[in-house]
Design a protein around this ligand. Structure first.
Ligand code: PEP
Ligand code: MG
Length: 831
């Protein structure tokens, strides 16, 4: 018997029987048998029930391959009829017999005869005549007497459960949980232990860990005179298991049964190599184990449970690593809405940056900063964010935008900062000028109203639900260290600021794979110098403005090098179009004119002159570096001077300098010549011989195709899969959010390619670029630094292509470390 032929429950029961646990007699029907039953081919029922005692009351439970795929509800008390009722009235008492019969009539009517559940509404189950009334109701509705033959009852139950599994809605439901369309169902026919009658009778569930935290403790409930999972629904009437100040417990009431149950649960944990929930029934004080089910668990509990099982030698460390879903780590790394909390959903969008936070609505970055200054948590609501909003984003606890997709500005920055973020929430109406949001249900939210942004699932919630704090506890750290022992691809972080770098180091990133230097220029003091530089007419004026930026940049880099303590730091030269640094509204333009002491009309003209039809394909990246070379000169000098400074009291820093948006060999040659010249000048001025590495971002299709001629001037290639996806598809990364869900829903794209790397198309370019680059230069270091770098599927691809590392947002580093370890382990064990 295996879970693939008879389902997980049947397999588990077989193991419990082999462990000589007090499991009632059980017969398992295979997927094939159940499939045949659904098609009308009933097995020999007399043979099926032959292992049971004459007159035995039975139950049937579903047994799907993976218990998480669900299945039809269990049907209990099969075999109850007038004769059994009379017999049990004598042995158990009338009340218990009535209850059993009544329950069965009800279950059979609803699940087998498919009658309306409301038909029993007027019957009081505790009434002495309830059974007769139920039988009459059945006869009225079904036009026949309630079946008395236990075999006929059992056949009906089996048929209805088999058919329910094959129905369309059940199929869609389980497919949503990851089951294949043709997943099979097994059924388990078991002798009922009644849980009703004389002596201590009842039922309950028990587990040895808490499902939310994973902490070892005895959890569960017991209810006297009950069946199935009644105890979980009985509220205060049910008992605690262990002695408890809050009320009576099973340990008080039946101490021997209690300690026997604990022993069974502990044995199950070891033999089944898993934390199990034990479903049990007591009959006249005796313990019966009906089932063992894998304990339901939150992500944080799954880490703690896997680590504890490995520490206790129950499973290996590798198996512990395989048992935790990498993406589920997001739940530990950020605050979460308590899974048990009620959610008042206002609307939803793209889950762009995980975690949840609550704050008052503000509609501008300035207001977010003002709120932070008052010590108030603010949710920054914008149509979309742009670089000017960065300081507001830093000040806010969460961001919500109307537009954008998974690689839009708010999403990328949000993930980098670990700021919960929902983007593209277009079902909510954003009325920025009126400072209000209108939910699809018509509710209006204004400035100061409280919202909770759940960036883990894309929901926007009204009010403040209870939260769970991040849990970077010892178990998490242990699991991560085991991951590092197993993986064979490095993981770096994308980090733009010292704060990001600190986060990256805390998550044990092996270096910085991408430092987007432009983000450093948005601080107030730097923005003005930056704007002066942009407005300079002459190269000398430009140089003067850049002189003011030089020491600031140098300090940034010294900080980064020092925080990273000798780990590699890859600094990308200036990338965005210049106009991003200029104000877009009239007040901003006036302020700028004042700051630069220029007439407003001149400022307006210059801003106008810098605007482009298609800035993402315009003068940005290396094109700007060649057209306005002083910018890269200044950055190179800042990097080299910082290198000397940071190498003074530690190991020599070897910075990596990366040129963005390259598409031609000559671009690299031109930039390289100037950078080499700056390096030579700094070496001479400081009498210091530092090393550095120069490489390019491969993010245009042409760079990938011409990799062979670009590679000779490069130590490394880092594939910028955000731009490469944008340019391969001809699909704007800032606008794709508008139609992406329609595209995915209609199957045009299997997934959002900005979210999951398109290994067929974009991947082919990456593969070509990697092969062609390495052909010319076998020691070429290869990596991916686009947003895909942190996703488990992309990491699988990167390993196959022979990349040295992936680089992703700091908060995704643990996810990437675990995913990489799982891939290496699966390769090793060949699964
Ligand atoms: C990229 O294009 O993949 C990339 C990493 O750079 P950016 O997102 O800054 O354009
Ligand atoms: Mg890019």
């Amino acid at each position: 018997m295996s879970p693939d032929t008879h389902g997980g429950r049947a397999k588990c029961l077989q193991r419990l029987v082999r462990m000589e646990m007090p499991v009632p007699t059980t017969v398992a029907l295979s997927f094939e048998a159940v499939h045949n039953i659904a098609a009308g081919d009933m097995p020999d029922l007399a043979r099926l029930i032959s292992p049971f005692e004459e007159g035995q009351i039975l139950c049937v439970r579903p047994s799907s391959q993976d218990p998480d795929w669900g299945g039809p509800g269990a049907v209990l008390n099969i075999g109850m009829n007038a004769e059994r009722h009379a017999h049990l009235s004598n042995t158990l008492g009338r009340e218990a017999a009535d209850e059993l019969y009544f329950r069965f009539i009800q279950a059979y009517s609803v699940h087998v005869a498919r009658l309306d559940p409301d038909m029993f509404d007027d019957i009081d189950p505790t009434d002495a005549n309830a059974v007769n009334e139920a039988l009459d109701a059945y006869e009225d509705e079904a036009d026949e007497a309630f079946p008395q033959d236990p075999k006929e009852q059992l056949g009906g139950v089996l048929r209805s459960m088999a058919r329910a599994w094959e129905g369309t809605s059940a199929r869609l439901l389980r497919m949503a949980k990851g089951a294949p369309a043709d997943a099979g169902l097994g059924l388990v026919v078991q002798a009922m232990v009644l849980g009703l009658g004389q002596g201590e009778c009842g039922s309950g569930v028990l587990q040895l860990v808490d499902s939310v935290s994973g902490t070892p403790m005895i959890k569960g409930r017991y209810l006297s005179q009950s069946q199935g999972r009644d105890a979980l629904e009985a509220g205060e009437k049910s008992l605690f298991l262990e002695k408890d100040d809050r009320g009576p417990s099973l340990e008080d009431q039946a101490p021997e049964a209690f300690s026997e149950l604990i022993k069974h649960a502990e044995a199950m944990r070891v033999r089944l190599r898993e934390e199990m929930q034990v479903e049990f029934t007591l009959e006249n004080g005796g313990v019966h184990i009906l089932d063992g089910v894998r304990v339901q668990r939150s992500a944080r509990a799954s880490v703690r449970i896997a680590v504890a099982l490995a520490e206790d030698g129950v499973i290996s460390r590798q198996e512990a690593l395989l048992r935790v879903e990498p993406r589920a780590l997001n739940e530990l790394l950020h605050r979460q809405v308590d899974p048990d909390a009620d959610r008042d959903v206002v609307g939803s969008g793209v889950a762009a940056s995980p975690g949840a936070a609550t704050g008052k609505i503000v509609f501008s970055a300035a207001d977010a900063q003002a709120s932070a200054a008052r010590g108030e948590a603010a949710v920054l609501v914008r149509r979309e964010t742009n670089p000017e909003d960065i300081r507001g984003m830093h000040a806010a606890v969460a961001v919500l935008t109307e537009r954008g997709g998974i690689t839009s500005h708010a999403a990328v920055i949000g993930r980098g900062m670990g700021l919960p973020c929902v983007v593209g929430a277009s079902e909510i109406r954003f009325q920025a000028r009126r400072k209000q949001l209108i939910a699809p249900d018509g509710r209006v939210f204004g400035e100061g109203d409280i919202l909770t942004i759940d960036g883990s699932n894309g929901q926007v919630l009204a009010g403040q639900p209870p939260m769970l704090e991040a849990a970077l506890d010892e178990s998490f750290q242990k699991l991560m260290s085991w991951a590092d022992e197993n993986r064979d691809i490095d993981v770096r972080a994308n980090a733009d600021t010292p704060a990001d770098a600190l986060t990256a180091r805390n998550f044990q990133a092996q270096g910085i794979g991408l430092c987007r230097t432009e983000h450093m220029f948005f601080e107030e003091d730097r923005l003005t110098a930056m704007r002066e530089m942009i407005f300079a007419d002459e190269s000398d004026d430009r140089k003067a403005a850049l002189e003011r930026l030089l020491p600031i940049q140098r300090e940034d880099f010294v900080d980064l090098f020092q925080i990273m303590q000798g780990r590699p730091v890859c600094i990308r030269l200036f990338d965005p179009p210049l106009h991003e640094f200029l104000p877009s509204d009239r007040t901003g333009l006036r302020d700028l004119a004042e700051a630069l002491n220029l007439p407003l009309s001149t400022v307006e003209r210059r801003v106008e002159a810098l605007s482009e039809y298609n800035p993402m394909l315009g003068m940005r990246g290396v094109r700007l570096g060649i057209a306005v070379p002083e910018i890269y000169d200044m950055q190179a000098r800042a990097i080299f001077e910082a290198t000397i400074e940071a190498s003074k009291d530690g190991d020599a820093v070897v910075p990596e300098i990366m040129i963005p948006l390259v598409s031609a060999k000559r671009e690299v040659e031109l930039v390289k010549t100037r950078i080499d010249a700056v390096a030579a000048a700094v070496r001479t001025e400081h009498s210091d011989a530092f090393e550095f590495k120069l490489g390019v971002m491969v993010e245009t299709p042409r760079a990938a195709l011409r990799a062979e001629e670009i590679a000779p001037n490069c130590h490394f290639f880092s594939f910028g899969t955000n731009d490469l996806t944008q340019m391969t598809y001809g699909l704007s990364r800032d606008d794709a959010g508008r139609f992406m869900s329609a595209y995915v829903q209609q199957g045009v794209y299997a997934e959002d390619p900005f979210h999951t790397l398109d290994t067929d198309g974009v991947g082919e370019l990456v593969k070509l670029g990697a092969e062609r680059g390495r052909k010319e230069r076998p020691d070429l270091v290869l990596s991916v630094c686009g947003e895909h770098g942190g996703s488990p599927e992309s990491i699988a691809f990167c390993r196959k292509v022979g990349m040295n590392y992936v680089s992703c947002s700091p908060f995704r580093v643990p996810v990437a470390r675990l995913a990489a370890a799982q891939l290496a382990i699966r390769d090793q064990i060949g699964s």
